[in-house]
Design a protein around this ligand. Structure first.
Ligand code: SAM
Length: 268
């Protein structure tokens, strides 16, 4: 089947939202004001874009990998087509690019980011954005419900993992509402979830993101093991863990994000 004469591309996670009320509800969560700079990832046929543009933010930047939809949205908005990211000066701009490849750290002025994210890149994309987009003011993303549960998970649950700790180290996620498969074309197999995110204030307990990423990779690839076993190659590991207030018999899924931050200081 087609959408606007164009076959949706599975390789780009193209499940297009067909329900205007849900689109409006998602955009409302971003709380767009007249001075805001808004970035939409993956506008596709424009279900969210229309409602964002209706709020008339000072700047609207669309990032779309599919050249067909990038050009259609550019024409509809009367926007410039630019290569640089973030674009400077244009009130309406379309960047036809892979969002995973963008220099998110260059986004250092206040901005709000929104997207019905392609399911195949949602997790790595959020991983990059939360840790690197320093100007992030607020984000609203639609993702697969399972991914949404992982983002909001509490320690001690099966959904708690590296993506949870990483996300909750930078932003406070909130599950807003669930969206059923029937409102998309083509229809996905699973429910989706809409979440909002606000950055955490960076405090004195700052940690090194590089060290945290290495630590999470190491411990969650052995999530069934006790910490004392995972770090058996580290001299004095039991003493170091106990001094950091962490029981060596715990497993990675039992530690809070702050515990991982302390561990980056003592164990890597
Ligand atoms: N916003 C539209 C909606 O809600 O109906 C489309 C959402 S669809 C789930 C995901 C969109 O992201 C598609 O338009 C797809 O082409 C685009 N996309 C996929 N991978 C991308 C990437 N790596 N970078 C930028 N856009 C991408």
């Amino acid at each position: 089947m087609m959408c606007d004469g164009v076959r949706p591309k599975k390789s780009l996670g193209q499940n297009f939202l067909q329900d205007g009320n849900i689109a409006r509800k998602i955009v409302r969560l971003l709380g767009i004001g007249p001075l805001d700079r808004v970035i939409e990832i993956g506008p596709g046929p424009g279900a969210l874009t229309r409602h964002i543009a209706a709020e008339n933010p000072a700047r609207l930047i669309l990032v779309e990998k599919d050249g067909h939809w990038a050009e259609e949205r550019r024409a509809e908005l009367g926007a410039s087509s630019v290569e640089a990211f973030p674009p400077e000066g244009d009130a309406r701009a379309v960047v036809c690019a892979d969002a995973l490849e963008l220099p998110w750290e260059a986004l250092n002025k206040p901005c709000k980011i929104i997207g019905n994210l392609p399911y195949n890149v949602a997790s790595p994309l959020m991983w990059e954005i939360f840790s690197r987009a320093l100007g992030l003011d607020r984000a609203v993303f639609m993702v697969q419900k399972e991914v949404g549960r992982r983002l909001c998970a509490r320690p001690g649950t099966s959904a708690y993992g590296a993506l949870t700790v990483w996300t909750q180290s930078f932003v406070l996620p909130k599950m807003e509402f669930i969206v059923p498969p029937g409102v998309f074309f083509p229809r996905p197999k699973v429910d989706s979830a809409v979440l909002s995110f606000v950055p955490l204030p960076a405090g004195p307990g700052d940690f090194s993101p590089l060290r945290l990423a290495a630590l999470l990779h190491k411990v969650f690839s052995q999530r069934r093991k006790q910490l004392g076993t995972i770090f058996q190659a580290v001299p004095n590991r039991l003493e170091l863990l106990i001094n950091a207030g962490i029981d060596p018999r715990l497993r990675p899924e039992n530690l809070a994000p702050e515990d991982f931050h302390s561990l980056t200081e003592v164990l890597l």
